[in-house]
Design a protein around this ligand. Structure first.
Ligand SMILES: *[C@@H]1O[C@H](CO)[C@@H](O)[C@H](O)[C@H]1NC(C)=O
Ligand SMILES: *[C@@H]1O[C@H](CO)[C@@H](O)[C@H](O)[C@H]1NC(C)=O
Ligand SMILES: *[C@@H]1O[C@H](CO)[C@@H](O)[C@H](O)[C@H]1NC(C)=O
Ligand SMILES: *[C@@H]1O[C@H](CO)[C@@H](O)[C@H](O)[C@H]1NC(C)=O
Ligand SMILES: *[C@@H]1O[C@H](CO)[C@@H](O)[C@H](O)[C@H]1NC(C)=O
Ligand SMILES: *[C@@H]1O[C@H](CO)[C@@H](O)[C@H](O)[C@H]1NC(C)=O
Ligand SMILES: *[C@@H]1O[C@H](CO)[C@@H](O)[C@H](O)[C@H]1NC(C)=O
Ligand SMILES: *[C@@H]1O[C@H](CO)[C@@H](O)[C@H](O)[C@H]1NC(C)=O
Ligand SMILES: *[C@@H]1O[C@H](CO)[C@@H](O)[C@H](O)[C@H]1NC(C)=O
Ligand SMILES: *[C@@H]1O[C@H](CO)[C@@H](O)[C@H](O)[C@H]1NC(C)=O
Ligand SMILES: *[C@@H]1O[C@H](CO)[C@@H](O)[C@H](O)[C@H]1NC(C)=O
Ligand SMILES: *[C@@H]1O[C@H](CO)[C@@H](O)[C@H](O)[C@H]1NC(C)=O
Length: 660
């Protein structure tokens, strides 16, 4: 019963004290809310769940019955998709590199010379870290800057077009909300998602998930029907005769979807695998989305750097790690796989890979936080909410607080010798950041994918004031040094997190792996893009559940400046340097001399191997890099400290609990 009270208290207090935990007051700056070009929001992925709703449904198996495969290569589907995508990136790559203006280097001629050999051309990945709404919004700033469709993004000093040349787009936790939202809405641009339209609750973060959406200008959905609707969707899955276990993640994913999937009731029938059926994806006109989660081994609560890392892509779900080393077809998750196949005579299941559930799986840490908040404010919660939450919590029970339940386990009785869940009918997945690898790099460093450069957008809350300090890269590097677990992956050398702060490697973009010989094997160049204050303190709390449109737009705009270094204001050669990073591995492969402009860039942006590992003195408090977005009245410093530290303690408690 205590837990119910806490949850209700959380709901109540979040309703009341929503806002910027850093205590920054924004002006009612109307200009931020002005829509530049009213872009239309296109339709989403496909509502192709056989039940027509959230519940998975039984279907006849296809004539070639689905199977689990060993992770020894890319899937045939990804390989043939890649041929189309890589070919389609040639034109965009050529024009982007040309616009990035590397002096004394003819980028178009270079690409033209190598255009028939994909191996020689840069293969680009972008990875969006976790960090709740902060990660979604800061990541969105980068995505908008990289997208040629964004207004002014192809002007001098800007980097628009990188996205059109990109092959892989990975998201984890809050980053998965960004990637998931973009793909479930027909690869809509960040501008279109941000500005939405009158009848939509898309990216309207002003109403927290506890309040539910205000749908459109004229029609306001009541909280009652919002919660009842979520409850009936999840009940349909829980009560299905096919017998699925549900967890808080199902509710969490449903609630999130109202903000992220632009369809009535958050698109209960939209599946992640349906992305593969959309024309833009099939034609290779858009990148390949990847969402990351971690496995919690059967009978344990421990999630560590040893834990198995899973990916979801439109074709498959599974892991390259040696413990599992297997993939299941995403579309047929929920089928009763055993020893790698669905037993003869049994039907298949579709609709389990519900898009919001996949995003919820990548971000289960938020379940934990909801349940940890301790407050006596429950008295103010309306009875109808109390009843609904009581029902929810009685159903899911203690064991399922912080996990997503994949049951039946697609990898049951598969790879018995190494698969830690092979003897369990249930597969429990958790937030992709719980192993401390908060940037979804694992899918992008797989040798089979041959990625040359990864833009690692880090919105992590590593430091006291919720800024990143490179820890996520440190963990991925450490993991790559473990001979048992690395399984053919390699990673550039990364310094300790104190060095990041002492040398300022976390205040501006930094390249790792410039020296191809200073790596444990062939690995991509990492372009580390840490969240930093250009015009706005974008270090808002991971667990702040609501943001008004003014603040949302300020954080997205700050993220845009993080990506472009203020459209070149801080370094007018930054776009050139990004292009050099993209070309670095290609230069090595084709034996091309590195242009002088790129050598200058590498001197400026590559980590040079220097270390400074002493404990930094004081907390990391980066100053604004550009003029601060006008603030009507600054909050007193003391308030800022107290609010932020309260959030951090709560976060620490939540994380500690997960790891116990
Ligand atoms: C939006 O949120 C910010 C940060 O909490 C606050 O300072 C500002 O007054 C709010 N603006 C509006 C229009 O509500
Ligand atoms: C998705 O967007 C593309 C343009 O990028 C458009 O051609 C297509 O019609 C859209 N699909 C739907 C279903 O709206
Ligand atoms: C390669 O891309 C070009 C430009 O997009 C297109 O015209 C051509 O048909 C593509 N070739 C293949 C084999 O897909
Ligand atoms: C390209 O770079 C050169 C040399 O740095 C510079 O003079 C020129 O203005 C740049 N062109 C553009 C369009 O930025
Ligand atoms: C393609 O490029 C790679 C890397 O430069 C090279 O090793 C390979 O031989 C090239 N293949 C062809 C067919 O030219
Ligand atoms: C794009 O540039 C034009 C001309 O400089 C400017 O008026 C407009 O506000 C810019 N739009 C955005 C979204 O920055
Ligand atoms: C990895 O697993 C080993 C043995 O299971 C354990 O000793 C070690 O502490 C684990 N490492 C971490 C970082 O949890
Ligand atoms: C390396 O990984 C293996 C497999 O997870 C684990 O058992 C071992 O303890 C790890 N080694 C270290 C030094 O953490
Ligand atoms: C990766 O792990 C699998 C399963 O344990 C193994 O068969 C394979 O040889 C490993 N690959 C590399 C490159 O170590
Ligand atoms: C794997 O484990 C299952 C369940 O214990 C067992 O039925 C099956 O025979 C095992 N498979 C192999 C190949 O050993
Ligand atoms: C790379 O350089 C770093 C720092 O100089 C060093 O600690 C590390 O051992 C080197 N790693 C490899 C694989 O050369
Ligand atoms: C950079 O350009 C974007 C889009 O045009 C704009 O929103 C942003 O304010 C600009 N930043 C600076 C520092 O000029």
């Amino acid at each position: 019963m205590n837990r119910i009270i806490s949850l209700l208290a959380a709901a109540a207090s979040w309703n009341i004290c929503a806002g910027n935990p850093a205590g920054i007051a924004l002006p009612q700056d109307a200009s931020l809310d002005v829509l530049p070009v009213p872009l239309s929001l296109d339709n989403r992925a496909l509502p192709n769940s056989p039940s027509g709703g959230y519940a998975p449904g039984a279907v006849d198996c296809p004539s070639t019955r689905p199977t689990i495969r060993a992770a020894s290569s890319l899937s045939a589907a990804e390989s043939s998709w890649l041929e189309r995508r890589r070919n389609n990136t040639v034109g965009p790559l050529s024009s982007w590199l040309s616009r990035m203006n590397i002096s004394d280097f003819d980028a178009a001629a270079y690409i033209n010379t190598h255009k028939n050999n994909a191996t020689a051309l840069p293969n680009i990945g972008i990875a969006f870290s976790g960090g709740g709404y902060r990660a979604l919004m800061n990541g969105a700033g980068f995505l908008a800057a990289a997208d040629a469709r964004t207004s002014n993004a192809t002007n001098t000093g800007q980097i628009g077009g990188l996205l059109q040349a990109t092959t892989y787009l990975a998201g984890l936790s809050g980053g998965s909300w960004l990637v998931g939202s973009v793909y479930t809405n027909n690869f809509s641009s960040v501008e279109a998602l941000r500005d939405g339209h009158n009848d939509s609750s898309i990216w309207k973060f002003g109403n927290s998930i506890f309040e539910g959406p205000a749908t459109g200008k004229f029609k306001v959905l009541s909280s009652l029907s919002y919660f009842e609707s979520i409850e009936s969707q999840v009940s349909a899955k829980a009560d299905s005769p096919l017998g699925f276990n549900t967890s808080i993640t199902d509710y969490w994913g449903r609630a999130l979807s109202y903000q992220l999937v632009d369809a009535p009731e958050g698109g209960p029938a939209y599946t992640f695998s349906s992305i593969a059926l959309t024309d833009d994806f099939k034609n290779g006109d858009i990148p390949f989305p990847l969402i990351v989660a971690d496995e919690r081994a059967h009978d344990t609560k421990i999630v560590s750097i040893n834990s198995t890392v899973y990916e979801f892509n439109p074709f498959e779900m599974g892991s390259w790690d040696p413990a599992l080393y297997a993939f299941a077809p995403t579309e047929y998750l929920g089928s009763n796989f055993s020893g790698g196949s669905v037993p003869d005579g049994q039907k298949c299941v579709r609709g389990f890979d519900q898009a919001g559930f996949v995003m919820g799986t990548s971000s289960t840490l938020f379940n934990q936080f909801i349940l940890q908040i301790n407050s006596s404010a429950a008295a103010g919660v309306p009875t109808f909410l109390r009843d609904i939450f009581t029902k929810i919590l009685l159903r899911v029970g203690d064991a399922n607080d912080d996990i997503a339940q994949y049951q039946p386990n697609p990898f049951y009785s598969f790879n018995n010798a190494t698969n830690r869940n092979s003897q369990s009918k249930e597969l429990t997945l958790v937030d992709g950041g719980e192993d401390n690898q908060n940037i979804p790099l694992n899918p992008l460093i797989q040798p089979n994918r041959n990625v040359d450069v990864i833009f690692a957008i880090d919105s992590s809350a590593d430091t006291y004031y919720t800024w990143p300090n490179g820890s996520s890269l440190v963990w991925t590097y450490r993991r790559s040094l473990n001979a048992t677990i690395e399984n053919g992956t390699a990673f550039p050398a990364i310094p300790d997190h104190n060095t990041f702060v002492n040398l300022g490697l976390n205040t501006h973009p930094t390249f790792f792996g410039c020296n191809a010989s200073n790596m444990t094997g062939p690995a991509p160049l990492i372009v580390y893009i840490p969240n930093a204050p250009y015009i706005y303190n974008s270090n808002v709390s991971t667990f702040d559940p609501s943001y008004n449109n003014t603040e949302r737009n300020a954080i997205i705009e700050n993220g845009y400046d993080v990506a472009t270094m203020g459209n070149g204001t801080l370094d007018r050669e930054w776009p050139t340097c990004m292009a050099c990073a993209v070309l670095s591995r290609s230069f090595t492969k084709t034996g091309t001399a590195v242009p002088a402009a790129c050598q200058t860039c590498f001197t400026r942006y590559c980590w040079n191997g220097q270390l400074d590992s002493k404990e930094p003195s004081g907390n990391y408090t980066p100053p604004y890099k550009l003029s601060e977005l006008k603030i009507s009245s600054a909050a007193p410093a003391a308030v800022t400290v107290m609010k932020t530290s309260a959030y951090i303690s709560a976060l620490a408690a939540a994380v500690a609990n997960v790891l116990v």
